[in-house]
Design a protein around this ligand. Structure first.
Ligand SMILES: [Fe+2]
Length: 331
């Protein structure tokens, strides 16, 4: 069951200042989409049939693949550098230095991450229909290396959204270290090695993992990317070994198949405090539930018994229910 994701909001949340002067995104000049060098399936990671059946894509990770032309890379770099002073640093075990809400700050990045060409390409790679994330603030992050380059760029973690890609926006030949790596194993396996639970893998872990289970992605140049089902793939960016400019873009995507459980960590995100995020979350759950309710309104079998009807209604409204429960907890 697929449903078109919500349109981009017609207003920008208070707190974001759009760039006054930036390139205009042109897919014909800025994109250079090429097939991934390699695809890892969820089965390759050791996930069992129950996990694979619960997600609309059998793909865990794919790449590297070229996504942007040289001209596109120059434009992305100009935008990222113009937004560099807006970055903030995550507190706690995660050490990432990032710019959030970049689609509200940059029309170029909004048009890049909402490009139908990119969504169609990634849908083809994933084997399921993907769309720019229904939470606009998650449609792209810009990640920078910390000012103190001896610190990790981002420790081992999983993402709070289902699908994303990591685009190397700066030239990877200009620095040492700063490698994108992922753990080729299940969340249960990762959690046991890190002495935690799968539900806490969003929080960032400094420990080293067995090298034979770690894949290191060598991006051939700026403009290359790695796609991942980030909520099922533990990943990190290792620390730089030399000072250098390392910039990555992380655009987020959502499955159009709303019949599957939502991998978006709605409860966690409700505590982030970014401008407009609570309303974005409300729109996200309204979209998912509306799509399921529309189907029920049209197709609920008339001979269903009471138990089946209650189960169907609860399933259709579960997304709203869990956000309301989370928001009321703060009152
Ligand atoms: Fe991540």
């Amino acid at each position: 069951m697929t449903a078109a994701s919500p349109p981009f909001p017609n207003a920008i949340p208070q707190g974001y200042e759009p760039l006054a002067d930036e390139p205009v995104f042109d897919p014909a000049r800025h994109l250079a989409l090429e097939a991934p060098a390699k695809i890892w399936s969820l089965a390759d990671f050791g996930y069992d049939d129950s996990v694979i059946a619960a997600t609309p894509s059998p793909v865990a990770a794919a790449g590297p693949f070229r996504l942007m032309s040289n001209e596109g890379v120059s434009a992305v770099q100009a935008v990222c550098r113009a937004l560099r002073d807006e970055r903030c640093t995550e507190e706690g075990q995660r050490t990432s230095s990032y710019v959030a809400g970049a689609v509200y700050r940059s029309r170029f990045l909004r048009d890049l991450t909402n490009s139908p060409d990119v969504a169609a390409f990634l849908s083809d790679v994933a084997g399921t229909e993907l769309a720019p994330h229904s939470l606009p603030s998650q449609q792209v992050y810009i990640n920078f290396a910390p000012d103190d380059f001896s610190k990790a760029i981002d420790n081992w973690h999983i993402d709070s959204i289902g699908f994303d890609y990591v685009l190397m926006a700066s030239d990877p030949t200009t620095f040492q270290g700063g490698k994108f790596q992922f753990f080729r194993g299940t969340l249960d396996h990762a959690a046991s090695l890190l002495d935690t639970t799968p539900g806490l893998l969003t929080e960032g872990f400094l420990e080293e993992l067995p090298q034979d289970l770690v894949e290191t992605i060598d991006f051939p140049g700026a403009g290359y990317a790695l796609f991942q089902q980030g909520h099922l793939v533990l990943h990190r960016a290792s620390r730089l070994e030399t000072q250098g400019e390392r910039i990555t873009l992380v655009p987020g995507f959502v499955t159009a198949d709303v019949s599957k459980a939502d991998p978006t960590k709605v409860e966690r995100m409700a505590g982030w405090g970014e401008p407009g995020l609570l309303a974005e979350l409300a729109r996200h759950v309204a979209w998912r539930s509306r799509s399921k309710l529309e189907l029920l309104a049209e197709d609920l079998p008339l001979n269903n018994d009471r138990t089946a009807i209650v189960a169907e209604l609860k399933k259709a409204t579960a997304d709203i229910e869990r956000l309301v429960t989370r928001l009321e907890r703060d009152d």
